[in-house]
Design a protein around this ligand. Structure first.
Ligand code: FAD
Length: 247
C-alpha cells in the first residue's frame, strides 16, 4: 500500500501516489485463534511435559469436511503468572489450549501513515462470525471431555478453568482469552474476484514484474499451521520464475 498498490481511497488518505488500484490489498485477513486456557490441578505434583507435545485436530460438527478445531497442550499466555498468583507451582497443574483453525471471520489491515516506520493497524475481527464462536465453544467443551476421560481423570484433583461455564459466561471466558496463533494470512489473496490481488502464477494484477510469495496469497488460512504452506508457496514461486525465465 505504501508503494501505491491498494485501494485508491485508502491511499489518498495519506497522499500516496496511486500505482495500481487493487481494493483487495490488506483485506480478507484471516488467522487462527488459540484460547489460554483450560487448566487442571494434578492429584500428585508431576514432571512438567513440554508445551505442544500433544496436539489434537478435530471437527466441531460431522458435516465439516476438515477439522476446524486445534487443541494443543500449552501453558502460554498469562497462564503461568495466573497460577503463580494462586500459589500453584508449575508442576502442580496442566493445561490445554483450545482454538479454531477454519475461521469464517475476516479482518483487514489499514495504514496509519505513508512511511515504512508508521505502524500498521490490524483489525483482526477475531470471533466476529457466529460459526467461529460456535467452534470456540466446542473446542473448550472438547478439552473438558478429554480431561474427564477414563485415561486422564485419575490424574486430576480438580478443574481450575474453564469450569462448567455456560452461555454468556462461557462466551466472555473465550473472548477474554482468545489470542492470535500468529498465523496471519490472506491479505493479498490469490483468485479471480474483484478482491483478489494475485493470479494463479502469483503475479500482482495490473503490475508487471511483481509477484507475491508468502502467506498473504492464501485465499483462506490453511487448516493446519502456516509455516509449511508458506515454504510450499516459496518453492512454487521459484518454479514459476524458473519456467518463465528459462533458468
Ligand atoms: C511467534 C510465532 C510462532 C509461530 N509458530 C509457528 C509454528 O509453530 N508452526 C507453524 O507452522 N507456523 C508458526 N508460525 C507462523 C509462521 O512462522 C508464518 O506463517 C510464516 O513464517 C509466514 O511466512 P511468510 O513468508 O508469509 O512471512 P515471514 O516469514 O514473516 O517473512 C516475511 C519476510 O519479509 C521480510 N520483510 C518484511 N518487510 C520487508 C521489507 N519492507 N523489505 C524487505 N523485506 C521485508 C521480513 O523480514 C521477513 O523475513 C509462527 C509465527 C510466529 C510469529
Amino acid at each position: 500500500m505504501q508503494s501505491g498498490i491498494g485501494d485508491e481511497v485508502e491511499l489518498k488518505r495519506f497522499g500516496i501516489p496511486l500505482v495500481q488500484h487493487l481494493p483487495g490489498v490488506g483485506q480478507s485477513f484471516q488467522d487462527h485463534f488459540v484460547i489460554f486456557g483450560c487448566i487442571w490441578e494434578y492429584r500428585q505434583p508431576t514432571v512438567i511435559p513440554n508445551a505442544a507435545r500433544a496436539v489434537l485436530s478435530w471437527k466441531s460438527h460431522p458435516r465439516l469436511d476438515t477439522p476446524n478445531i486445534q487443541i494443543a497442550q500449552s501453558d502460554g499466555g498469562t497462564i503461568r503468572s495466573e497460577m503463580n498468583e494462586l500459589g500453584l507451582p508449575a508442576n502442580s497443574w496442566w493445561s490445554l489450549a483450545p482454538g479454531g483453525v477454519r475461521p469464517q471471520s475476516r479482518g483487514s489491515l489499514r495504514l496509519t501513515g505513508r512511511g515504512p516506520r508508521d505502524p500498521i493497524q490490524i483489525e483482526a475481527n477475531m470471533l466476529s462470525h457466529p460459526e467461529d464462536l460456535e467452534a470456540a465453544i466446542a473446542s473448550v467443551e472438547l478439552c473438558r471431555d478429554v480431561a474427564d476421560s477414563d485415561a486422564l481423570r485419575p490424574f486430576n484433583k480438580r478443574e481450575l478453568m474453564a469450569g462448567n461455564l455456560k452461555g454468556v459466561e462461557l462466551e466472555n471466558f473465550i473472548r477474554q482469552r482468545a489470542v492470535t496463533y500468529c498465523h496471519q494470512t490472506s491479505t493479498a489473496k490469490m483468485g479471480r474476484d474483484s478482491m483478489s490481488v494475485v493470479d494463479g502464477r502469483l503475479k500482482v494484477y495490473g503490475v508487471s514484474n511483481l509477484r507475491i510469495a508468502d502467506g498473504s496469497i492464501m485465499p483462506r488460512v490453511t487448516s493446519g499451521n502456516t509455516m509449511a504452506p508458506c515454504v510450499v508457496i516459496g518453492e512454487r514461486a521459484a518454479e514459476l520464475i524458473k519456467l518463465e525465465h528459462a533458468v
